[in-house]
Ligand binder design. Structure first.
Ligand code: UD2
Length: 285
């Protein structure tokens, strides 16, 4: 059959606002590369490794070098309080690491939430001058397959692997009107994972600044959203629709069995012992 009717039939690859949802089989990597590689784009990638999370950096960086934006100019911005423990990983030409010192904390909720503030200010001070696109990724992860230019767009988010088969009444949105992350019943498109945010540097800056302000407003009212910055991110994206969505191929979790729709796992959260790596404990979602 001709190319325009050769489509995948067990997934929906477009949102109700006509943004692509990227699944294996919906794009041709050779065509995508031939469009984006000649542009000589600079790609910023932020990753936080605070406290014991520095232990995840080696696998993250080594697997990123194999699979993540291969042949692109990539700069990893590593935010850490343990600069001395950042492993020396061999990087391909045109790729480098910049270490950004940040304070430690004894609450994981604060570490994960403060990422928004630090992404905002680092874009203002440095990344804004150095990059075209930015990816903000969790560190307790590994790449297992191609993550390339098919993920580039103005504002990009990934569907959380735990909720992609569910409808919005089951999403763990913040449901208390007192929080700035509040989403009323009956609303919602997807549940997006906090582990992946991407897009043009200016658009991600706007998102990070918004989430930071909302997090601070909640803190001033002594309320913490159900999933911290992820809850504020979900609210932002409900009213500021992403221009491209990454399927759960781009955000999996090692403890989940592979499903039929997911033909390739590209990026996955490793199994971790929360009680051991976090400064304070809480059960996994
Ligand atoms: C989920 C989200 C995560 C975030 C969090 C907020 C996914 C797959 N993960 O993961 O993005 O929204 O919920 O509740 O969507 N970190 C440190 N040191 C610490 C703790 C955290 O550096 O002591 C950083 C690190 O980059 C880590 C990230 O913060 O990858 C997120 O923290 P997490 O992985 O502990 O959160 P988790 O697994 O509950």
């Amino acid at each position: 059959p001709p190319q325009h009717i050769l489509i995948r039939t067990n997934v929906v690859a477009v949102t109700p606002w006509l943004a692509p949802i990227v699944w294996e089989g919906t794009f041709n990597p050779l065509v995508v590369d031939s469009i984006y590689k000649p542009m000589h784009l600079s790609i910023a990638t932020t990753v936080f490794a605070v406290g014991k999370y520095v232990r995840f950096l080696r696998d993250f960086l080594e697997t990123a070098e194999k699979h993540f934006m291969v042949d692109f100019k990539v700069r990893y911005y590593i935010f850490t309080d343990r600069g001395g423990d950042v492993p020396a990983v061999v990087l391909a030409p045109g790729r480098k690491v910049t270490i950004i010192p940040v304070p430690g904390s004894n609450r994981w909720q604060e570490i994960s939430s403060r990422r928004m503030e630090m992404i905002q200010t680092t874009i203002e001070n440095q990344i804004g001058k150095e990059a075209d696109y930015i990816f903000c990724l969790d560190v307790d992860t590994k790449f297992h397959g191609r993550w390339g230019a098919e993920t580039l767009s103005r504002l990009v988010a990934a569907v959380h692997p735990g909720y992609y088969k569910q409808t919005h009444e089951h999403y763990p949105y913040e449901r208390r009107p007192a929080s700035r992350a509040y989403i009323p019943a009956g609303e919602g498109d997807y549940y997006y994972g906090g582990a992946t945010i991407a897009g043009y540097v200016g658009d991600v800056h706007k998102l990070a600044k918004y989430c930071r302000e909302q997090l601070e407003a909640d803190a001033a009212n002594s309320i913490e959203a159900a999933w911290q910055e992820e809850s504020h991110l979900n609210r932002y994206l409900l009213y500021n629709k992403p221009t491209k969505i990454l399927s759960p191929e781009y955000l999996w979790q090692d403890f989940k069995a592979k499903t039929n729709e997911v033909q390739i796992i590209r990026f996955s959260q490793v199994n971790k012992n929360y009680a051991e790596v976090r400064p304070n404990v809480k059960k996994r979602k």
